[in-house]
Design a protein around this ligand. Structure first.
Ligand SMILES: [Zn+2]
Ligand SMILES: [Zn+2]
Length: 351
């Protein structure tokens, strides 16, 4: 198989020929056709997350040591099955749920794989991912049928769709006139606009500093757009019921939290970095919630896929590029030049 791997953090990925793995037990080998490029891939590529105050979390501390294959938005065709893999057949096209836990702890048994702390096996984060012609999946239960959904869009549901969906489930109970802010209209933020529309939220305020991204958010159903560089931005946002922050900087957190109405919720998704300093009494007095949201679980992905199949979830703008352009895709994403999502086409790679 051919994989595009991190050999050294921050340096261009390298095309590497590796032995194609043979699935054992319940494992399934998937031949990847599409693989989405996510902003969090950039952090893993660079090798760390910024914790603020000069502190960093290095990804090697959670087992992501080069050579490493990124990619947690996989879509492909079942190519081979281990002897105990049941429920799928060779040749079937599937979305792969990548947020896989140990499978044995109480958290995993409750269907919350994405919260497992006793041995994560997340594809593209601490196990080889989908920037590759082939991907080994531990169990067929992590494969979802996506018949009728465009393959590139289907791939993006595994992270951007799922992450947006799970975050939106953490909003407070909304009244009809309540406004909800989407802060940051990159790939996951745009999926957030789409998900909120699909959930029937009418008053979505899309916030960004890039007018092109705001325009796209409006097309996907945001009723209002706000350039956060506007000196009146905080004032215009004041009174929102919820803010989902897909950026995650001290500035976006301050904007979102300050604008909440009483009982509102600020949901942090973005991992851009920094730290939060906030006076304590107003959190209680305003009865606001500050909550983190990390990707989503298998059941939530099933629900997102169902919404997409019913055509209730509008696809964000997608650009499919040959897999050989993986490095250019990461560079473009890093420079803010991607409107929506880049999806790599691995059918173009001979293996
Ligand atoms: Zn992602
Ligand atoms: Zn577990």
């Amino acid at each position: 198989m051919i994989s595009y791997q991190i050999i050294e953090h921050g340096k261009p990925l390298q095309k590497v020929a590796l032995e194609t793995p043979k699935p054992q037990g319940t494992e399934v080998l998937v031949r990847i056709t599409r693989s989405g490029v996510c902003h969090s891939d950039l952090h893993i590529w660079h090798g760390y997350f910024d914790l603020g105050g000069g502190k960093r979390f290095y990804v090697k501390e959670r087992g992501c040591v080069p050579p490493f294959t990124l990619g947690h938005e996989p879509f492909g065709v079942v190519q081979a099955l281990g002897s105990k893999a049941k429920g799928v057949r060779v040749g079937q096209k599937r979305i792969v749920f990548p947020w896989i836990g140990c499978g044995k702890c109480a958290v995993c048994k409750a269907g919350q794989d994405n919260y497992c702390v006793s041995g994560s096996r997340i594809l593209g984060v601490n196990r080889p991912g989908a920037y590759s012609t082939h991907l080994l999946v531990p169990d067929p239960k992590y494969l979802l049928d996506a018949s009728g959904i465009d393959e590139a869009f289907a791939a993006t549901l595994a992270c951007s769709g799922l992450t947006a969906y799970s975050a939106s489930a953490k909003l407070p109970l909304l009244a009809r006139e309540d406004r909800v802010a989407i802060i940051g209209c990159g790939g996951v933020g745009l999926a957030g606009v789409s998900v909120l529309r699909a959930r029937g939220v009418k008053h979505i305020v899309a916030c960004d500093i890039d007018p092109r991204k705001l325009e796209t958010a409006a097309k996907l159903g945001a009723k209002y757009t706000l350039d956060t560089r506007d000196p009146q931005a905080a004032q215009q946002l004041a009174g929102i019921a919820g803010a989902i922050d897909f950026v995650g900087t001290p500035a976006t957190a301050a904007l979102g939290i300050a604008a909440l109405r009483k009982g509102g919720r600020y949901i942090l998704v973005g991992l851009h970095g920094g730290e939060l300093v906030h006076p304590l009494p107003p959190i209680a007095q305003r009865a606001i919630g500050i909550v983190g949201s990390y990707v989503g679980n298998l059941q939530e992905l099933k629900e997102v896929v169902a919404l997409a199949k019913q055509r209730k979830l509008k696809p964000l703008p997608l650009e499919t590029r040959p897999a050989a352009q993986a490095n250019a895709a990461l560079e473009d994403l890093h420079a803010g030049r991607v409107a929506g999502r880049v999806v790599l086409d691995f059918e173009t790679v001979a293996s």
